[in-house]
Design a protein around this ligand. Structure first.
Ligand code: ZN
Ligand code: ZN
Ligand code: FE
Length: 705
């Protein structure tokens, strides 16, 4: 492996040490982007300050970092600030060890730094009052692109149904929740319940999007219930009473939100494309999605979407690990040659190791889209250059058709390690906790490639980093039309009902699934019966889809997991009963069958039981099935550690129930806090497995408390 030596500790300045102690990232000298600090914020609004209303104010404690670095070591000359020459007052601050801006690489002021302007789609630009004019456009229901830290946002007035509907239409995003930026915590508290842990995350220096619970939807017809001030548009998060909220984290946001707030702020891109970062990208947005753009002349070197997290059971549950967190590394309990792990397909990230440190890239997206695939390739060379490693081993998913797999297979000179998808999920959870295993790994997700040619996704593995075995899985159902079933949950409901109810019940199934067309009735039952274009799947995600479709809340679906989001929203309240289920142990691997669950749900539906109770019982049943299956495996294998991973565990209600039941049964339970349970965490698992397989001193697994 060719490695260029990094800076020795003596070469590091006090600034880097101070900063690194916060980011935990001394070795690579690559700090994450940091939200505007309170000192800069007060100077920003202080009329007597020389940076009053200057949109690029920053200091040693805050400002862009990772997104402006071209190369290491981190120094102004190797950032996109290199083209701006410090004016004498700024240079004095920069060189004075006693100053708050000592060695602050992006230091700038109105005299010497970047400038902002508002650009309209007809080519006019506004430089004297960009924020006031932008706010005026937003108040008129227009869509604004805003160049931020890691890319462009698209924003609109979050209180206007018409504006949110327009943004959704233009961005081709009919239902998936949109993040909302609030001017400050007080305003957010007006709309949502925010816990102490959530407050800490929102106000922290990473400034992620935090998923919080909206207060009961304000009813404008009821004067007593109405909360003073504007209401959020119901179109912001139509599937759930959660909202992705965040606070201004750059001076540009502070200045804009002081004019108008709250604003929908979503990544500036079409559907699955990477977030826009430069003029070329802007051309694809301006005039098509956005009516105007707030732009500036500080180049964004590296795309970095907003990070997204929830607080579950008092701890971080990361859904997207990106700006403000990247490039903090995950320490591995062992080291080996540098590994490049290529991730999966959806929510892709890559991971590169350097010694015993695993560096996960910012969120890349669905690399089935060719622009995102280009970003994936760009990220691999960019990240290797930054870390100054040339990976010797390339880890990839076992799925032969993922673009990431094809990329890895194209690297003929590298040593390649194929990692089964669900093993990678469990390995990522183990790596995060420093567990050596073996553990009982519960990997529940949408779809993953199984070595037996079926579609996996409801898996109970016995695994360490090098070895794994399928100990149990959810019962398989045919998936009529393969991927078509993912966006048509009603197909999975039909599949379950036809499999689990006696044949004479066809009229009843028709009654339960009124949305199925005659054409589908003509074709699907035979496909399900014969298996034609209907691969069997053990996916837990598809089981949630089926349950949601049976309750009539799965039509129409415009993004994967939407049905489960709705089901979770219905379920979240105190419901203690469960449905029956069954674990068949006569064959190995064992089968966890929810056929009885499906039948009991049908009878509840026919008896007019409240859908919220049914959704709650379904969640309880899956969590109970997880605990019971783990107990069955424990008896045979004498293992007590359970690792929970896979996209289904983004459902924090299911996660909470699963942890509760497993702990009740005496297990040590590990779930994700540092990387996402979804496929964004796959690259870390692949990297950990490949490092362990490389055979260089598999180290002491430690057990996290
Ligand atoms: Zn600052
Ligand atoms: Zn200056
Ligand atoms: Fe997965």
């Amino acid at each position: 492996m060719e490695e260029i030596p990094i800076k020795s500790p003596e070469e590091e300045t006090s600034f880097e040490i101070a900063l690194s102690s916060r980011s935990g990232d001394l070795i690579a000298g690559m700090p994450p982007d940091i939200a505007t600090c309170p000192d800069c914020r007060s100077e920003l609004f202080d009329p007597s300050d020389r940076r009053h209303r200057y949109p690029f104010i920053n200091c040693t404690n805050c400002g862009p970092r990772f997104s402006i670095i071209r190369a290491l070591p981190y120094d102004r000359s190797r950032t996109s600030m290199a083209s701006f020459t410090l004016c004498p007052p700024c240079r004095t601050e920069y060189e004075n060890p006693a100053d708050r801006r000592f060695d602050a690489q992006p230091n700038a002021c109105p005299a010497c730094g970047p400038v902002i302007k508002l650009l309209t789609s007809d080519g006019k630009s506004v430089t004297d009052t960009p924020f006031e004019t932008a706010a005026e456009l937003l108040r008129n229901g227009q869509i604004l692109a805003v160049k931020g830290i890691g890319g462009y946002h698209l924003c609109c007035d979050a209180t206007s149904n018409a504006a949110v509907a327009l943004l959704r239409k233009r961005k081709n995003r009919p239902h998936k929740s949109l993040a909302v930026m609030f001017a400050n915590m007080e305003e957010l508290r007006h709309h949502a319940e925010v816990s102490a842990a959530e407050t800490e995350e929102l106000a922290g220096c990473a400034a992620p999007i935090v998923v919080v619970r909206l207060k009961p939807r304000q009813n404008s017809y009821d004067a007593h219930e109405a909360i003073p001030g504007a209401h959020l548009s119901q179109l912001v998060s139509p599937d759930t009473d959660d909202i992705g909220a965040f606070l201004p984290y750059s001076p540009v946001h502070h200045l804009l939100l002081s004019e108008i707030s709250p604003l929908v702020m979503t990544s500036g891109n079409m559907a699955e494309e990477p977030i826009a970062k430069n003029e070329d990208d802007l051309k694809r947005i301006l005039g098509k999605i956005a009516d105007a753009a707030l732009i500036h002349n500080r180049e964004i070197v590296r795309r970095c979407d907003d990070s997204v997290l929830k607080i579950a059971e008092g701890k971080r549950l990361v859904l997207r690990r990106s700006r403000g967190i990247v490039p903090d590394h995950i320490p591995l309990a062992f080291e080996g040659p540098s590994v490049l792990a290529c991730g999966a397909e959806m929510k892709n990230t890559i991971c590169i190791t350097r010694g015993d440190r695993a560096f996960i890239s910012p969120h890349i997206g669905d690399i089935g889209d060719y622009r995102s695939y280009a970003f994936f390739r760009e990220m691999i060379s960019d990240f290797s250059d930054l870390l100054r490693v040339r990976p010797e081993i390339v880890a990839h998913d076992a799925h032969p058709d993922y673009p990431s797999t094809r990329y890895a297979l194209g690297l003929v000179s590298a040593r390649r390690v194929a990692v089964q998808h669900h093993h990678a999920h469990i390995a990522s959870c183990m790596a995060e906790h420093g567990l050596a295993g073996p553990v009982i790994g519960v990997a529940l997700d949408g779809t993953g490639y199984g070595p037996d040619g079926t579609v996996w996704g409801g898996e109970f593995l016995v695994a360490d980093f090098k070895n794994w075995r399928r100990a149990a899985h959810f019962r398989q159902y045919p998936m009529p039309g393969g991927d078509l079933a993912v966006l048509n949950p009603i197909r999975m409901a039909l599949s379950c009902l036809l499999s689990d109810l006696p044949p004479k019940n066809q009229p009843l199934i028709r009654e339960l699934l009124p949305h199925l067309t005659q054409e589908e009735w003509n074709v699907l039952p035979r496909m399900i019966e014969t298996g034609f274009r209907s691969p069997p799947t053990s996916s837990a995600g598809r089981l949630f889809d089926a349950a949601a479709a049976m309750l009539g809340i799965a039509e129409p679906i415009t993004y994967e997991g939407q049905a489960a989001v709705r089901l979770q929203t219905l379920a979240r309240r105190d419901e203690t009963s469960t449905y029956p289920f069954n674990i068949q142990q006569d064959r190995q691997p064992a089968t966890v069958s929810c056929s009885e669950t499906i039948r009991a749900m049908v009878s509840d539906i026919r008896n007019g039981v409240d859908r919220r109770a049914i959704a709650g019982r379904f969640h309880n049943t899956i969590a109970e099935a997880i605990a019971r299956t783990c107990s069955m495996i424990r008896e045979r294998e004498r293992l007590n550690d359970v690792a929970l991973s896979g996209g289904v565990f983004q459902n924090e209600f299911l996660l909470k129930l699963s942890i509760k039941f497993l702990m009740r049964d005496g297990f040590s339970v590990y779930c994700h806090h540092l990387v996402p349970p979804n496929d964004g965490g796959i690259s870390l698992g692949q990297a950990a497995v490949a490092t362990a397989m490389s055979g260089k001193g598999f180290g002491n697994g430690r057990h996290a408390s």
